[in-house]
Design a protein around this ligand. Structure first.
Ligand code: GDP
Ligand code: MG
Length: 195
């Protein structure tokens, strides 16, 4: 039944400079470039997981505008409304799965993950999808000497939200980045065969 080519929409979210673009580009090209700018992009990429071909559409978005205030309002700010741009909520609706990224050297970026989880669960519960595929990623593992978020904190947060968890380095380790996206694809596939 499920051997056909599958498509999955993935949104990469997190505060500014945590390495969302670095992770995405590393996954797509196997390379770490260093600087990425603020371009909002959707990439399509075919991979084979467990012998099945899957197309991933990955939405890498500069996100700082969305999360700037604490009022419980989750919309993209006015400046960000290019013709192709949609509201944050539409972005959540579009996605089949999420990669939530923080930096292990940036406590504020870790705190934001909790807010993102809330908003995703709220939107997807509303759409009738309780068990949303989400991977939480602690990036910049190579900067361990500047670490301010313990591995254990990330692991516990993921456990409490029923998400997968990885610590990775987009800069130094391709394999760990691959694990993130393959893990998410498997979760999406499981959630489909369960639903
Ligand atoms: P974004 O704003 O979340 O898309 O973040 P970027 O991907 O643009 O990365 C922000 C900065 O962090 C850039 O200077 C990257 O080179 C750097 N960076 C990203 N990932 C890593 C990593 O794993 N290790 C280190 N040391 N730097 C990283
Ligand atoms: Mg970026």
């Amino acid at each position: 039944l499920n051997t056909a080519r599958m498509e999955a929409n993935v949104v990469v979210l997190g505060t500014d400079s945590v390495g969302k673009s670095a992770l995405t580009v590393r996954f797509l090209t196997r390379r770490f470039i260093g600087e990425y700018g603020d371009i909002e992009s959707i990439f399509s990429h075919s991979i084979t997981v467990d012998g099945r071909e899957q197309t991933l559409n990955i939405w890498d978005s500069p996100f700082s505008q969305v999360i700037t205030h604490e009022t419980g309002c989750w919309h993209v700010s006015q400046q960000d409304l290019s013709p192709e741009s949609t509201t944050y909520e539409k972005r959540l609706q579009w996605a089949d799965g999420f990669v939530l990224v923080y930096s292990i050297c940036d406590r504020a970026s870790f705190n934001t993950i909790g807010k993102l989880l809330q908003s995703i669960k709220a939107t997807k519960d509303y759409a009738g999808l309780q068990n949303v595929p989400i991977v939480i990623v602690g990036n910049k593992r190579d900067l361990h000497h500047r670490r301010t978020v313990l591995s254990e904190e990330g692991r516990l947060l993921a456990l409490s939200a029923d998400c997968q968890f990885y610590e990775v380095s987009a800069a130094e380790n391709y394999h760990s980045v691959l694990m993130v996206f393959h893990g998410l694809v498997n979760r999406v596939r499981e959630s489909r065969s369960a639903g």
